[in-house]
Design a protein around this ligand. Structure first.
Ligand SMILES: Cc1ncc(COP(=O)(O)O)c(C=O)c1O
Length: 458
């Protein structure tokens, strides 16, 4: 038997990709200021920039889209999505939104006031941004081992319960409008959260009467990790596991661009009727009527089908195995990554792979540039540039603990041979890693600098 799970689909529509010659790649990355965000997608052979909205839809999703109902109010497409929402997530009320951050925006706008705190295992950057935009303080209370790249734990995304209790006691219930947990934990390597942790976190929030929201972007992948790793779940279907996860919460935000396997879409769901009324009014102001919420009717149909497909066991088995294959092959070649491989992405530990390049000389940028030059592959730095900053008060440069390069795998897009090509590319770079040199920043905006910064080789 092969050491991978073959694709559980065959391909009936293709999109050409091409590897432009080395001299053109050199020119393209130079013109992009050595920032892979500024490359033209057509100059990229394999694109691991994100798994968000980049998945391939199935024949059933495309067929459902053709049957979409574009009525402004009360469309058939809405009721079709509602049926799936009820079956999978089970919250009393929901509104569709155009993507995850739109749901976060509404929630934060309604509930967060200046000086308030919102705890989570780890907030994703848009969630963090939406809380901060209202003067709130997002707080990460993940277990300590999450910060050790080599710690191999089954549920490295779990929240630290003792820290959470102490935090609530210290800050006061009146200053915590809601609590969250992100499944899987994207900002910490796509690591899952166990059902037991979800149960305990929910109980703690309930004890203090703090509403509990799940950031559900990768709920199906998290459910499958629970099936594989947590006692008592081996015989359960991912759908049943998902239902149990959401039965513990008071609401959820979701970007369906991940485990909805759609190119656009999301939702905000709650059990509280009063809160729902306020959400609905806010949605009408910002997104659209509550039965379409910033999307076309056909987008709702694609989501309805996508949620169920994301929970299919054969798909999930392949999905997690594909990511593990990429990660384990790199590890076997001595290339350090965040361990164990998560569900949606592999994070190379650039600081250790390129230990001859001081962190101030941006090893993550050096590696992402080289991966593009060598193989036409786009992988993105999540390290000194993405998370480092100049302290506005002291003027001192703050360097993050980790300097990573992330390869996020789009759903149902790349095949086994694309992965093998990727592994060969990175192994080749690793053999001559000492020849790689550092970079310096020559332009950076004040906030979110990694998207538009420009660099120069040293
Ligand atoms: C965990 C998590 N939450 C929220 C979001 C935001 O979703 P969107 O990009 O659809 O606004 C993302 C997107 O990457 C995410 O990974």
């Amino acid at each position: 038997m092969p050491n991978y799970v073959p694709e559980p689909f065959r391909i009936k529509m293709t999109e050409p990709i091409r590897l432009i010659p080395p001299a053109e790649r050199e020119q393209a990355i130079q013109a992009a200021g050595y920032n892979v965000f500024a490359l033209r997608a057509e100059d990229i052979y394999i694109d691991y920039l994100t798994d968000s909205g980049t998945g391939a839809m199935s024949q059933h999703q495309w067929a459902a889209m053709m049957a979409g109902d574009e009525s402004y109010a009360g469309a058939r497409s809405y009721y079709r999505l509602k049926e799936v929402m009820d079956a999978v997530f089970g919250f009393k009320y929901f509104v569709p939104t155009h993507q995850g951050r739109a749901a976060e925006n509404i929630l934060a706008n309604l509930l967060v006031r200046p000086g308030m705190f919102v705890p989570s295992n780890m907030h994703f950057d848009t969630t963090e941004g939406n809380i901060r935009a209202r003067g709130g303080r997002p707080t990460n209370l993940i277990r300590a081992e999450a910060y050790d790249p080599a710690a191999r734990l089954d549920f490295k995304g779990n929240m630290d319960l003792a820290k959470l209790r102490a935090f609530i006691e210290e800050k006061g219930v009146e200053n915590i409008p809601f609590g969250m947990i992100t499944i899987t934990n994207n900002a910490g390597g796509g690591q899952p959260v166990s059902m037991q942790n979800l149960r305990e976190v929910a109980a703690l929030y309930r004890e203090y009467r703090i509403p509990f929201f799940i950031d559900a972007c990768r709920f199906a992948e998290n459910a499958y990790f629970i099936k594989l790793r947590e006692t008592g779940y081996a015989q359960k279907a991912p759908l049943e596991i998902a239902q149990e996860m959401f039965s513990l919460a008071d609401g959820a935000t979701m970007s369906a661009k991940k485990d909805g396997i759609v190119n656009i879409g999301g939702f905000l769901a709650v059990n509280d009727e009063g809160l729902f009324e306020r959400i609905r009014n806010e949605l009408i102001l910002r997104e659209g009527f509550p039965t379409y919420g910033g999307l076309a009717g056909r987008d709702l149909d694609a989501m309805a089908v996508g949620f169920m497909e994301a929970l299919e066991e054969r798909y999930l088995e392949y999905r997690l195995a594909q990511t593990a294959y990429l990660g384990d092959s790199l590890l076997a070649a001595g290339i350090p990554i965040i361990e164990p491989p998560g569900a949606h992405a592999i994070y190379i530990d650039a600081k250790h792979l390129l230990e001859h390049i001081p962190q101030r000389e941006l090893p993550g940028i050096a590696l992402s540039v080289e991966i593009y030059k060598q193989g036409g592959i786009r992988a993105v730095e999540l390290g000194t540039v993405a998370f480092g900053y100049i302290d506005p008060e002291t003027g001192e440069e703050h360097l993050p603990e980790l300097d990573l390069v992330r390869m996020a795998i789009p759903r149902r897009v790349y095949t086994q041979s694309h992965l093998d090509y990727t592994i060969a590319t990175i192994k080749e770079i690793a053999t001559r890693r000492k020849s790689l040199q550092g970079y310096k920043i020559v332009y950076q905006p004040r906030l979110m600098r990694h998207f538009t910064a420009k660099f120069q080789p040293l």
